[in-house]
Design a protein around this ligand. Structure first.
Ligand code: SF4
Ligand code: SF4
Length: 78
């Protein structure tokens, strides 16, 4: 049975550099449409069910704003 992953993006830390959007092999992430209180377009998940848990996004994020969790077992993959 394939595992499902959950992508958590902390908009407090996100600087909207878009590195995570560029690196994701499954197009899970995109530049957000809404503006945060800091006036930036934080990354958001647009296809969360497509995530394969590769952690490329969390590894490249310079602000450590992304956390990948395995759905159901309460454990993350950090
Ligand atoms: S890589 Fe990190 S800081 Fe850059 S857009 Fe993605 S979540 Fe935001
Ligand atoms: S863990 Fe991999 S597939 Fe999932 S959002 Fe990040 S880069 Fe995309």
């Amino acid at each position: 049975m394939s595992r499902k992953f959950r992508v958590l993006i902390n908009s407090t830390y996100c600087k909207a550099c878009e590195l995570c959007v560029a690196v994701c092999p499954k197009s899970v992430l995109a530049v957000g449409r809404s503006t945060t209180s800091k006036g930036i377009h934080c990354a958001e998940t647009v296809a969360p069910d497509s995530c394969i848990g590769c952690k490329a996004c969390s590894d490249i994020c310079p602000e450590a704003a992304i956390e990948i969790r395995v759905e159901g077992d309460g454990q993350d993959r950090k």
